[in-house]
Design a protein around this ligand. Structure first.
Ligand SMILES: Cc1ncc(COP(=O)(O)O)c(C=O)c1O
Length: 475
Protein backbone atom coordinates (compact mmCIF):
# COMPACT_ATOMS: atom_id res chain seq x y z
CA UNK A 1 0.00 0.00 0.00
CA UNK A 2 1.17 3.53 -0.71
CA UNK A 3 0.59 4.46 2.90
CA UNK A 4 2.13 1.20 4.09
CA UNK A 5 5.69 0.37 5.07
CA UNK A 6 8.29 2.25 2.98
CA UNK A 7 9.88 -1.11 2.13
CA UNK A 8 6.66 -2.53 0.64
CA UNK A 9 6.93 -3.12 -3.08
CA UNK A 10 3.71 -1.20 -3.78
CA UNK A 11 5.03 1.80 -1.86
CA UNK A 12 8.34 1.66 -3.69
CA UNK A 13 6.45 1.23 -6.99
CA UNK A 14 4.38 4.34 -6.46
CA UNK A 15 7.51 6.23 -5.55
CA UNK A 16 9.17 5.57 -8.91
CA UNK A 17 6.89 4.03 -11.56
CA UNK A 18 4.29 5.89 -13.59
CA UNK A 19 1.74 3.25 -14.64
CA UNK A 20 0.31 3.45 -18.17
CA UNK A 21 -3.19 4.71 -18.82
CA UNK A 22 -3.88 5.22 -15.11
CA UNK A 23 -4.83 7.96 -12.68
CA UNK A 24 -2.01 7.19 -10.29
CA UNK A 25 -4.07 8.28 -7.30
CA UNK A 26 -6.32 5.24 -7.85
CA UNK A 27 -3.44 3.05 -6.70
CA UNK A 28 -3.28 4.66 -3.28
CA UNK A 29 -6.11 2.59 -1.87
CA UNK A 30 -5.97 -0.19 -4.47
CA UNK A 31 -2.29 -0.89 -5.04
CA UNK A 32 -0.96 -2.49 -8.22
CA UNK A 33 -0.98 -6.28 -8.08
CA UNK A 34 2.44 -7.81 -7.55
CA UNK A 35 2.92 -10.50 -10.19
CA UNK A 36 5.47 -13.23 -9.53
CA UNK A 37 4.54 -15.61 -12.33
CA UNK A 38 2.11 -16.15 -15.20
CA UNK A 39 1.06 -19.45 -16.76
CA UNK A 40 -1.66 -20.09 -19.30
CA UNK A 41 -4.68 -17.95 -18.41
CA UNK A 42 -3.51 -17.25 -14.84
CA UNK A 43 -1.38 -14.67 -13.08
CA UNK A 44 0.35 -15.65 -9.84
CA UNK A 45 0.46 -12.92 -7.22
CA UNK A 46 2.94 -12.40 -4.42
CA UNK A 47 0.16 -12.73 -1.82
CA UNK A 48 -0.35 -16.35 -2.89
CA UNK A 49 -3.46 -15.85 -5.03
CA UNK A 50 -3.81 -16.73 -8.69
CA UNK A 51 -6.15 -14.65 -10.81
CA UNK A 52 -7.52 -15.13 -14.32
CA UNK A 53 -6.24 -12.82 -17.03
CA UNK A 54 -9.64 -12.11 -18.58
CA UNK A 55 -8.28 -9.41 -20.90
CA UNK A 56 -5.22 -11.25 -22.26
CA UNK A 57 -2.99 -8.54 -20.75
CA UNK A 58 -4.27 -5.67 -22.91
CA UNK A 59 -5.45 -8.05 -25.63
CA UNK A 60 -2.06 -9.41 -26.63
CA UNK A 61 -1.58 -12.79 -24.88
CA UNK A 62 -3.22 -14.76 -27.67
CA UNK A 63 -1.65 -18.05 -26.56
CA UNK A 64 -1.72 -17.38 -22.84
CA UNK A 65 1.29 -16.82 -20.61
CA UNK A 66 4.48 -18.86 -20.69
CA UNK A 67 3.75 -20.93 -23.79
CA UNK A 68 6.56 -23.53 -23.92
CA UNK A 69 6.95 -23.51 -27.72
CA UNK A 70 7.42 -19.73 -27.77
CA UNK A 71 9.85 -19.84 -24.85
CA UNK A 72 11.92 -22.52 -26.58
CA UNK A 73 12.06 -20.51 -29.82
CA UNK A 74 13.16 -17.44 -27.88
CA UNK A 75 15.89 -19.37 -26.07
CA UNK A 76 17.18 -20.84 -29.35
CA UNK A 77 17.35 -17.42 -31.00
CA UNK A 78 19.04 -15.92 -27.94
CA UNK A 79 21.87 -18.38 -28.40
CA UNK A 80 22.24 -17.36 -32.07
CA UNK A 81 21.97 -13.56 -32.09
CA UNK A 82 19.53 -11.25 -30.36
CA UNK A 83 19.43 -8.18 -32.55
CA UNK A 84 21.26 -6.97 -35.62
CA UNK A 85 20.36 -3.93 -37.72
CA UNK A 86 17.98 -4.98 -40.49
CA UNK A 87 18.65 -2.05 -42.84
CA UNK A 88 21.66 -3.84 -44.28
CA UNK A 89 21.25 -7.43 -43.21
CA UNK A 90 18.82 -10.30 -43.45
CA UNK A 91 18.35 -13.68 -41.81
CA UNK A 92 16.44 -16.84 -42.57
CA UNK A 93 13.89 -16.42 -39.74
CA UNK A 94 13.12 -12.86 -40.85
CA UNK A 95 12.45 -13.86 -44.45
CA UNK A 96 10.49 -16.88 -43.32
CA UNK A 97 8.25 -14.79 -41.09
CA UNK A 98 7.45 -12.39 -43.93
CA UNK A 99 6.63 -15.29 -46.29
CA UNK A 100 4.42 -16.93 -43.71
CA UNK A 101 2.62 -13.75 -42.66
CA UNK A 102 1.84 -12.94 -46.28
CA UNK A 103 0.48 -16.43 -46.91
CA UNK A 104 -1.70 -16.24 -43.79
CA UNK A 105 -2.95 -12.73 -44.56
CA UNK A 106 -3.66 -13.78 -48.13
CA UNK A 107 -6.09 -16.34 -46.74
CA UNK A 108 -4.05 -19.40 -47.61
CA UNK A 109 -4.56 -22.57 -45.57
CA UNK A 110 -2.28 -23.39 -42.61
CA UNK A 111 -0.23 -25.75 -44.79
CA UNK A 112 1.05 -22.60 -46.54
CA UNK A 113 2.14 -20.83 -43.34
CA UNK A 114 2.48 -23.57 -40.72
CA UNK A 115 5.75 -25.03 -39.39
CA UNK A 116 6.43 -27.10 -42.48
CA UNK A 117 5.33 -24.56 -45.11
CA UNK A 118 7.57 -24.60 -48.17
CA UNK A 119 9.94 -21.65 -48.43
CA UNK A 120 9.24 -18.87 -50.94
CA UNK A 121 6.49 -16.45 -51.65
CA UNK A 122 3.11 -17.49 -53.02
CA UNK A 123 0.94 -15.25 -55.15
CA UNK A 124 -1.69 -13.25 -53.32
CA UNK A 125 -3.06 -9.79 -52.52
CA UNK A 126 -0.38 -8.77 -50.02
CA UNK A 127 3.21 -8.88 -51.22
CA UNK A 128 5.47 -6.99 -48.80
CA UNK A 129 5.98 -6.71 -45.05
CA UNK A 130 7.43 -3.74 -43.12
CA UNK A 131 8.22 -4.37 -39.45
CA UNK A 132 8.26 -2.15 -36.37
CA UNK A 133 8.01 -2.65 -32.64
CA UNK A 134 4.57 -1.53 -31.44
CA UNK A 135 1.09 -0.98 -32.72
CA UNK A 136 0.97 2.83 -32.67
CA UNK A 137 4.19 3.08 -34.64
CA UNK A 138 2.90 0.60 -37.21
CA UNK A 139 -0.24 2.72 -37.66
CA UNK A 140 2.00 5.74 -38.23
CA UNK A 141 3.99 3.75 -40.80
CA UNK A 142 0.82 2.86 -42.70
CA UNK A 143 -0.31 6.51 -42.66
CA UNK A 144 3.07 7.66 -43.90
CA UNK A 145 3.26 4.98 -46.59
CA UNK A 146 -0.22 5.86 -47.83
CA UNK A 147 0.59 9.56 -47.99
CA UNK A 148 3.90 9.06 -49.76
CA UNK A 149 2.41 6.49 -52.15
CA UNK A 150 -0.34 8.94 -53.14
CA UNK A 151 2.22 11.65 -53.85
CA UNK A 152 4.39 9.26 -55.83
CA UNK A 153 1.53 8.09 -57.94
CA UNK A 154 0.79 11.67 -58.94
CA UNK A 155 -1.81 12.67 -56.34
CA UNK A 156 0.11 14.97 -53.95
CA UNK A 157 -3.13 16.71 -53.03
CA UNK A 158 -4.38 13.59 -51.32
CA UNK A 159 -3.16 14.45 -47.85
CA UNK A 160 -6.21 13.80 -45.67
CA UNK A 161 -7.41 10.72 -43.87
CA UNK A 162 -10.91 9.51 -43.15
CA UNK A 163 -11.60 7.55 -39.99
CA UNK A 164 -14.62 6.42 -37.98
CA UNK A 165 -16.41 7.45 -34.84
CA UNK A 166 -15.31 5.40 -31.81
CA UNK A 167 -12.13 4.32 -33.58
CA UNK A 168 -8.84 3.90 -31.72
CA UNK A 169 -5.44 3.51 -33.33
CA UNK A 170 -2.84 4.12 -30.64
CA UNK A 171 -1.09 6.84 -28.68
CA UNK A 172 1.46 8.53 -30.92
CA UNK A 173 0.28 11.83 -32.37
CA UNK A 174 -0.66 10.56 -35.83
CA UNK A 175 -2.44 7.54 -34.35
CA UNK A 176 -4.23 9.78 -31.83
CA UNK A 177 -5.30 12.06 -34.69
CA UNK A 178 -7.05 9.30 -36.62
CA UNK A 179 -8.51 7.89 -33.41
CA UNK A 180 -11.75 9.28 -32.00
CA UNK A 181 -11.40 8.82 -28.27
CA UNK A 182 -11.28 12.16 -26.50
CA UNK A 183 -10.45 10.42 -23.26
CA UNK A 184 -6.96 9.84 -24.64
CA UNK A 185 -6.63 12.59 -27.25
CA UNK A 186 -8.23 15.71 -25.72
CA UNK A 187 -5.10 17.13 -24.03
CA UNK A 188 -3.18 16.79 -27.28
CA UNK A 189 -5.69 18.19 -29.78
CA UNK A 190 -3.33 21.08 -30.49
CA UNK A 191 -0.82 18.59 -31.91
CA UNK A 192 -3.29 16.44 -33.86
CA UNK A 193 -4.13 16.85 -37.55
CA UNK A 194 -7.76 17.03 -38.59
CA UNK A 195 -9.42 14.01 -40.17
CA UNK A 196 -12.69 13.39 -41.90
CA UNK A 197 -14.66 11.63 -39.17
CA UNK A 198 -17.55 9.46 -40.29
CA UNK A 199 -20.27 8.12 -38.00
CA UNK A 200 -23.29 5.91 -38.46
CA UNK A 201 -21.43 2.60 -38.53
CA UNK A 202 -23.59 -0.50 -38.97
CA UNK A 203 -23.14 -1.81 -35.42
CA UNK A 204 -24.23 -5.41 -34.91
CA UNK A 205 -24.44 -7.88 -32.02
CA UNK A 206 -22.27 -10.48 -33.73
CA UNK A 207 -22.39 -13.16 -36.41
CA UNK A 208 -25.69 -14.45 -34.97
CA UNK A 209 -27.29 -11.10 -35.84
CA UNK A 210 -29.44 -11.60 -38.98
CA UNK A 211 -28.03 -8.35 -40.42
CA UNK A 212 -24.40 -9.27 -39.71
CA UNK A 213 -23.49 -9.40 -43.37
CA UNK A 214 -25.64 -6.49 -44.49
CA UNK A 215 -24.49 -2.89 -44.08
CA UNK A 216 -26.90 -1.70 -46.77
CA UNK A 217 -28.99 0.59 -44.58
CA UNK A 218 -25.99 2.47 -43.18
CA UNK A 219 -23.99 2.70 -46.36
CA UNK A 220 -25.65 5.62 -48.18
CA UNK A 221 -24.86 8.07 -45.34
CA UNK A 222 -21.27 6.80 -44.98
CA UNK A 223 -20.77 6.97 -48.72
CA UNK A 224 -22.18 10.50 -48.87
CA UNK A 225 -19.78 11.60 -46.12
CA UNK A 226 -16.80 10.05 -47.90
CA UNK A 227 -17.90 11.56 -51.22
CA UNK A 228 -17.46 15.06 -49.80
CA UNK A 229 -13.70 14.48 -49.59
CA UNK A 230 -13.24 11.96 -52.36
CA UNK A 231 -10.55 14.09 -54.04
CA UNK A 232 -8.45 14.90 -50.99
CA UNK A 233 -8.31 11.61 -49.10
CA UNK A 234 -5.09 9.60 -49.05
CA UNK A 235 -6.66 6.71 -47.14
CA UNK A 236 -9.49 5.53 -44.92
CA UNK A 237 -8.32 4.10 -41.60
CA UNK A 238 -10.45 1.69 -39.60
CA UNK A 239 -10.39 -1.17 -37.12
CA UNK A 240 -12.01 -3.95 -39.12
CA UNK A 241 -15.21 -5.35 -37.56
CA UNK A 242 -14.15 -4.80 -33.91
CA UNK A 243 -13.73 -1.31 -32.45
CA UNK A 244 -11.99 -2.43 -29.29
CA UNK A 245 -10.97 0.58 -27.16
CA UNK A 246 -14.04 2.47 -28.40
CA UNK A 247 -16.27 0.11 -26.40
CA UNK A 248 -15.90 -3.41 -27.84
CA UNK A 249 -18.36 -2.65 -30.63
CA UNK A 250 -18.75 -4.86 -33.70
CA UNK A 251 -19.86 -3.62 -37.09
CA UNK A 252 -21.04 -5.53 -40.11
CA UNK A 253 -18.11 -6.93 -42.12
CA UNK A 254 -20.14 -6.02 -45.20
CA UNK A 255 -18.95 -2.45 -44.64
CA UNK A 256 -15.43 -3.58 -45.55
CA UNK A 257 -16.60 -4.73 -48.98
CA UNK A 258 -18.36 -1.44 -49.54
CA UNK A 259 -15.33 0.57 -48.45
CA UNK A 260 -13.15 -1.44 -50.81
CA UNK A 261 -15.46 -0.72 -53.74
CA UNK A 262 -15.63 2.99 -52.90
CA UNK A 263 -11.89 3.31 -52.35
CA UNK A 264 -11.08 1.63 -55.67
CA UNK A 265 -13.51 3.87 -57.50
CA UNK A 266 -11.92 7.01 -56.02
CA UNK A 267 -8.21 6.21 -55.85
CA UNK A 268 -8.15 6.12 -52.04
CA UNK A 269 -6.22 3.56 -49.98
CA UNK A 270 -7.62 1.44 -47.17
CA UNK A 271 -5.68 0.94 -43.93
CA UNK A 272 -7.07 -1.86 -41.75
CA UNK A 273 -5.80 -1.59 -38.18
CA UNK A 274 -5.92 -5.29 -37.26
CA UNK A 275 -3.94 -4.79 -34.04
CA UNK A 276 -6.77 -5.87 -31.72
CA UNK A 277 -9.03 -7.77 -34.13
CA UNK A 278 -6.45 -9.72 -36.13
CA UNK A 279 -4.29 -12.74 -35.27
CA UNK A 280 -7.26 -15.00 -34.66
CA UNK A 281 -9.21 -12.93 -32.14
CA UNK A 282 -12.35 -13.05 -34.30
CA UNK A 283 -11.60 -16.51 -35.71
CA UNK A 284 -9.52 -15.45 -38.73
CA UNK A 285 -5.93 -14.32 -39.16
CA UNK A 286 -7.28 -10.99 -40.39
CA UNK A 287 -10.65 -9.64 -39.31
CA UNK A 288 -10.80 -8.32 -42.89
CA UNK A 289 -11.35 -11.95 -43.94
CA UNK A 290 -14.73 -11.95 -42.19
CA UNK A 291 -16.30 -9.96 -45.01
CA UNK A 292 -16.56 -13.17 -46.97
CA UNK A 293 -18.97 -14.55 -44.39
CA UNK A 294 -17.22 -17.88 -44.18
CA UNK A 295 -17.15 -18.31 -47.93
CA UNK A 296 -14.07 -18.38 -50.12
CA UNK A 297 -11.72 -15.50 -49.50
CA UNK A 298 -11.54 -13.06 -52.37
CA UNK A 299 -9.59 -9.84 -52.59
CA UNK A 300 -12.82 -7.89 -52.39
CA UNK A 301 -12.45 -6.69 -48.81
CA UNK A 302 -8.70 -6.75 -48.29
CA UNK A 303 -7.09 -3.40 -47.48
CA UNK A 304 -4.01 -1.85 -49.09
CA UNK A 305 -2.34 -1.88 -45.68
CA UNK A 306 -3.01 -4.36 -42.88
CA UNK A 307 -1.47 -3.50 -39.53
CA UNK A 308 -0.71 -6.26 -37.00
CA UNK A 309 0.83 -6.29 -33.52
CA UNK A 310 -0.25 -7.64 -30.08
CA UNK A 311 -1.00 -11.29 -31.00
CA UNK A 312 1.80 -11.29 -33.56
CA UNK A 313 4.18 -12.51 -30.86
CA UNK A 314 1.28 -13.60 -28.64
CA UNK A 315 2.32 -10.75 -26.36
CA UNK A 316 5.79 -12.17 -25.72
CA UNK A 317 7.88 -9.36 -27.19
CA UNK A 318 7.03 -6.07 -28.90
CA UNK A 319 6.64 -6.45 -32.67
CA UNK A 320 4.35 -4.99 -35.31
CA UNK A 321 3.94 -5.42 -39.03
CA UNK A 322 2.48 -3.46 -41.92
CA UNK A 323 1.53 -5.67 -44.84
CA UNK A 324 1.00 -4.02 -48.18
CA UNK A 325 0.58 -4.83 -51.84
CA UNK A 326 3.05 -5.05 -54.69
CA UNK A 327 1.23 -2.14 -56.34
CA UNK A 328 1.99 0.13 -53.38
CA UNK A 329 5.55 -1.16 -53.11
CA UNK A 330 6.17 -0.45 -56.82
CA UNK A 331 5.55 3.26 -56.20
CA UNK A 332 8.65 3.36 -53.97
CA UNK A 333 10.90 1.30 -56.22
CA UNK A 334 13.20 3.68 -58.10
CA UNK A 335 16.79 4.86 -58.37
CA UNK A 336 18.04 6.27 -55.08
CA UNK A 337 18.40 9.76 -56.54
CA UNK A 338 14.71 9.87 -57.41
CA UNK A 339 13.98 10.25 -53.70
CA UNK A 340 11.13 7.77 -53.67
CA UNK A 341 12.39 5.42 -50.95
CA UNK A 342 10.43 4.93 -47.73
CA UNK A 343 13.03 6.26 -45.31
CA UNK A 344 11.29 5.30 -42.10
CA UNK A 345 13.59 3.76 -39.52
CA UNK A 346 13.05 2.23 -36.11
CA UNK A 347 16.06 0.81 -34.31
CA UNK A 348 14.32 -2.44 -33.45
CA UNK A 349 12.71 -3.15 -36.81
CA UNK A 350 12.98 -6.88 -37.41
CA UNK A 351 14.33 -7.62 -33.93
CA UNK A 352 15.51 -11.21 -34.15
CA UNK A 353 14.08 -12.34 -30.81
CA UNK A 354 10.63 -10.99 -31.64
CA UNK A 355 10.80 -12.48 -35.13
CA UNK A 356 11.71 -15.90 -33.72
CA UNK A 357 8.72 -15.77 -31.38
CA UNK A 358 6.38 -14.63 -34.18
CA UNK A 359 7.46 -17.63 -36.26
CA UNK A 360 6.73 -19.84 -33.26
CA UNK A 361 3.29 -18.23 -32.88
CA UNK A 362 2.44 -19.21 -36.45
CA UNK A 363 3.67 -22.74 -35.68
CA UNK A 364 1.22 -22.99 -32.79
CA UNK A 365 -1.65 -21.38 -34.69
CA UNK A 366 -1.27 -23.98 -37.45
CA UNK A 367 -0.40 -27.04 -35.34
CA UNK A 368 -3.09 -26.47 -32.68
CA UNK A 369 -5.72 -25.12 -35.11
CA UNK A 370 -6.15 -21.96 -33.03
CA UNK A 371 -8.56 -20.46 -35.56
CA UNK A 372 -10.75 -23.57 -35.35
CA UNK A 373 -10.55 -23.43 -31.57
CA UNK A 374 -11.79 -19.82 -31.56
CA UNK A 375 -14.67 -20.87 -33.83
CA UNK A 376 -15.73 -23.64 -31.48
CA UNK A 377 -15.25 -21.69 -28.21
CA UNK A 378 -16.97 -18.52 -29.42
CA UNK A 379 -20.54 -19.82 -28.87
CA UNK A 380 -19.51 -20.88 -25.37
CA UNK A 381 -18.22 -17.41 -24.50
CA UNK A 382 -21.34 -15.81 -25.92
CA UNK A 383 -23.61 -18.18 -23.98
CA UNK A 384 -21.68 -17.49 -20.77
CA UNK A 385 -22.15 -13.73 -21.23
CA UNK A 386 -25.81 -14.22 -22.14
CA UNK A 387 -26.31 -16.09 -18.88
CA UNK A 388 -24.72 -13.19 -16.97
CA UNK A 389 -26.95 -10.66 -18.72
CA UNK A 390 -30.17 -12.70 -18.59
CA UNK A 391 -30.91 -12.13 -14.90
CA UNK A 392 -29.47 -8.61 -14.68
CA UNK A 393 -31.77 -6.22 -16.54
CA UNK A 394 -29.33 -3.33 -16.13
CA UNK A 395 -26.96 -5.11 -18.53
CA UNK A 396 -27.72 -4.09 -22.10
CA UNK A 397 -26.35 -4.41 -25.60
CA UNK A 398 -24.77 -7.84 -25.33
CA UNK A 399 -22.47 -8.48 -28.27
CA UNK A 400 -19.99 -11.22 -29.10
CA UNK A 401 -17.77 -12.37 -31.93
CA UNK A 402 -14.83 -14.75 -31.79
CA UNK A 403 -13.32 -14.63 -28.32
CA UNK A 404 -14.63 -11.19 -27.41
CA UNK A 405 -17.91 -10.59 -25.59
CA UNK A 406 -19.16 -7.34 -24.06
CA UNK A 407 -22.13 -5.82 -22.30
CA UNK A 408 -22.91 -2.33 -20.94
CA UNK A 409 -24.07 -1.47 -17.42
CA UNK A 410 -26.99 0.91 -17.90
CA UNK A 411 -29.49 2.88 -15.85
CA UNK A 412 -33.03 1.47 -15.47
CA UNK A 413 -34.24 3.27 -18.62
CA UNK A 414 -31.38 1.75 -20.59
CA UNK A 415 -29.44 5.02 -20.71
CA UNK A 416 -25.74 5.16 -19.86
CA UNK A 417 -24.76 5.58 -16.23
CA UNK A 418 -23.14 8.78 -15.04
CA UNK A 419 -19.47 8.06 -15.84
CA UNK A 420 -18.39 10.03 -12.76
CA UNK A 421 -19.78 7.21 -10.61
CA UNK A 422 -17.13 4.92 -12.09
CA UNK A 423 -19.29 1.85 -11.71
CA UNK A 424 -17.15 -0.19 -14.10
CA UNK A 425 -14.05 0.63 -12.12
CA UNK A 426 -15.76 -0.53 -8.91
CA UNK A 427 -16.64 -3.81 -10.66
CA UNK A 428 -13.02 -4.17 -11.72
CA UNK A 429 -11.84 -3.85 -8.13
CA UNK A 430 -14.40 -6.34 -6.94
CA UNK A 431 -13.44 -8.81 -9.70
CA UNK A 432 -9.78 -8.64 -8.78
CA UNK A 433 -10.67 -9.50 -5.20
CA UNK A 434 -12.69 -12.45 -6.51
CA UNK A 435 -9.97 -13.74 -8.83
CA UNK A 436 -10.15 -12.17 -12.29
CA UNK A 437 -8.30 -9.29 -13.91
CA UNK A 438 -10.86 -7.29 -15.88
CA UNK A 439 -10.31 -3.80 -17.23
CA UNK A 440 -13.72 -2.39 -18.12
CA UNK A 441 -13.93 0.42 -20.67
CA UNK A 442 -16.00 2.90 -18.67
CA UNK A 443 -19.16 0.93 -17.89
CA UNK A 444 -18.61 -1.59 -20.67
CA UNK A 445 -17.73 -4.96 -19.20
CA UNK A 446 -16.01 -7.38 -21.50
CA UNK A 447 -14.14 -10.67 -21.61
CA UNK A 448 -11.17 -10.99 -23.97
CA UNK A 449 -9.54 -14.25 -22.82
CA UNK A 450 -6.43 -15.87 -24.30
CA UNK A 451 -7.41 -17.93 -27.36
CA UNK A 452 -6.08 -20.94 -25.45
CA UNK A 453 -8.41 -20.45 -22.44
CA UNK A 454 -10.55 -23.46 -21.61
CA UNK A 455 -14.35 -23.45 -21.52
CA UNK A 456 -14.11 -23.93 -17.74
CA UNK A 457 -11.88 -20.85 -17.40
CA UNK A 458 -14.33 -18.81 -19.47
CA UNK A 459 -17.15 -19.98 -17.19
CA UNK A 460 -15.10 -18.92 -14.18
CA UNK A 461 -14.47 -15.47 -15.65
CA UNK A 462 -18.19 -15.04 -16.34
CA UNK A 463 -19.09 -16.21 -12.83
CA UNK A 464 -16.64 -13.74 -11.26
CA UNK A 465 -18.01 -10.96 -13.45
CA UNK A 466 -21.57 -11.85 -12.38
CA UNK A 467 -20.70 -11.96 -8.67
CA UNK A 468 -18.76 -8.70 -8.91
CA UNK A 469 -21.69 -6.98 -10.62
CA UNK A 470 -24.02 -8.27 -7.91
CA UNK A 471 -21.69 -6.93 -5.24
CA UNK A 472 -21.41 -3.49 -6.84
CA UNK A 473 -24.65 -2.87 -8.72
CA UNK A 474 -26.92 -5.26 -6.83
CA UNK A 475 -28.45 -8.60 -7.75
C1 LIG B 1 -6.81 -1.21 -32.70
C2 LIG B 1 -5.57 -0.73 -32.03
N1 LIG B 1 -4.69 0.01 -32.73
C3 LIG B 1 -3.54 0.42 -32.20
C4 LIG B 1 -3.20 0.13 -30.89
C5 LIG B 1 -1.91 0.64 -30.31
O1 LIG B 1 -1.00 -0.41 -30.16
P1 LIG B 1 0.23 -0.23 -29.13
O2 LIG B 1 -0.38 -0.18 -27.77
O3 LIG B 1 1.08 -1.45 -29.36
O4 LIG B 1 0.93 1.02 -29.51
C6 LIG B 1 -4.09 -0.62 -30.12
C7 LIG B 1 -3.78 -0.94 -28.71
O5 LIG B 1 -4.62 -1.28 -27.93
C8 LIG B 1 -5.30 -1.06 -30.70
O6 LIG B 1 -6.20 -1.77 -30.01
Amino acid sequence: MADGHPGDLATRDLAVFWHPCSQMRDYRDFPPLEVIGAHGTRLELADGRTILDAISSWWCKALGHGHPHLAAALRRQLETFEHVITANTTSAPLVRLCERLLAAANGQPPTAWGPSAAPGRRPGHFGKVFLADNGSTAVEIALKMALQAQAQRGAPGRTRFAAFENGYHGETVGALSVGDLDLYAAPFRALCFSVQRTGGLPYRRGPHDPAWLDAGASWPAIEAALDTEADTLAAIVYEPVLQAAGGMRFFSPDLLLRLRGWADAHGVYLIADEIAAGMGRLGAILASHLAEGGGRLSRAALPDFAVLSKGLTAGTLPLSAVLTTDAVYALFDADYGDGRAFLHSNTFTGNALAVAVANAVLDVFAADDILGRVGSLAPHLRAAMEAVAASRPYLRGLRACGLVAAVDICAAEGTPLDPRRRTGYAVYREAVRRGALLRPIGDTMYLFPPLTATAAEIDQMAAILADSLDAVVGA
